[in-house]
Design a protein around this ligand. Sequence first.
Ligand code: KG4
Ligand code: ZN
Length: 340
Amino acid sequence: MLVLGIESTCDETSCAVVADGKQILSNVVSSQIDLHEPFGGVVPELACRRHVDILLPILQESLRQANVTLPEIDLIAVAHGPGLIGALLIGLNAAKSLALALNKPFIGINHIEAHLYAAMMSQQELAPFPYLGVVISGGHTALIKIHNLGEYELLGQTVDDAIGEAFDKVAKMLNLPYPGGPQIEQLARLGNPSSYPFKPGKIKGRPLDFSFSGLKTKVLYTLKGQNLRNGEQTPPLSLQEQRNLAASFQYAALTDIVEKTLKAAEQHQCRTILFGGGVSNNQALRHLFAQASPATQYYWPGPGLSLDNAAMIAGLGFHQYHRQGKSDPYHLEALTRIAL
Ligand code: KG4
Ligand code: ZN
């Protein structure tokens, strides 16, 4: 079964063709980093306009790379949330139009669920359920027990900033380009993680929830304290001080993820932990997990599957269609928030 996937929830426009939920024939992703970089974050109106301009060329390229034509597609899957409303509408309406014009079945996919599926898609064989799913992206931070595909239980989530958002904001404070996560990771490589005693947030009575806004503010005050004395500007941080700050922030944020994830996996008897979302690209995180619990089985998304992409949408679309049938293109709405 050939599934065309369409993804436009935030600042990546992507189309993919996937066979039988697993075999990726094409996965074309156009990032808007150049567009948003001058603003230090995603500007929703600009994101929508770029999606409009680029979606059809990306669709054509994904078909060309997969060497298939539209009539050969069996199902059209689209991320209909969560995301930026205007951005979602572009992909959703393109998918609906294609489905109606070509008389093909159509299905709406939850972007977060697809991030979790991306790690499963990357495995040759799957271990038995349940898994602990860890979504760590620019918009979400959540621990989810995966009883089966389509059966999820939310165990914990952030009460304020998402982890990727915290990386991006700290990077902005250090005048690093957007998106900040990879920049912080690179800067932190030569830094000392115990230079600054940063601590991530704890939420009373909710041991599996996250809070990153206090940590981010602590970084800001540390920077201000360095730069402003008696109202006067002091010289900016030296490169080594910046490296130490980035390393200390990264260490605090990532060890929080590691500790709460392993606690949840133990409490909920999940022997396999799988990851989704852009922050799962971080090599320091992978190293910390391997060190903290070497016996645990980890499923990391394969190349091109951790950041937003349409292959994960098409892949999950295949399974969801077999499980619960198609969506109605006349009624499916774009949703800025969707619970799993
Ligand atoms: O999954 P994604 O493409 O978008 C959302 O659905 O949000 O994730 C993007 C986020 C950004 O915040 C980016 O800074 C972060 O993932 N990110 C990283 C790394 N690579 C991407 N954060 C830390 N370390 C990285 N290597
Ligand atoms: Zn995402």
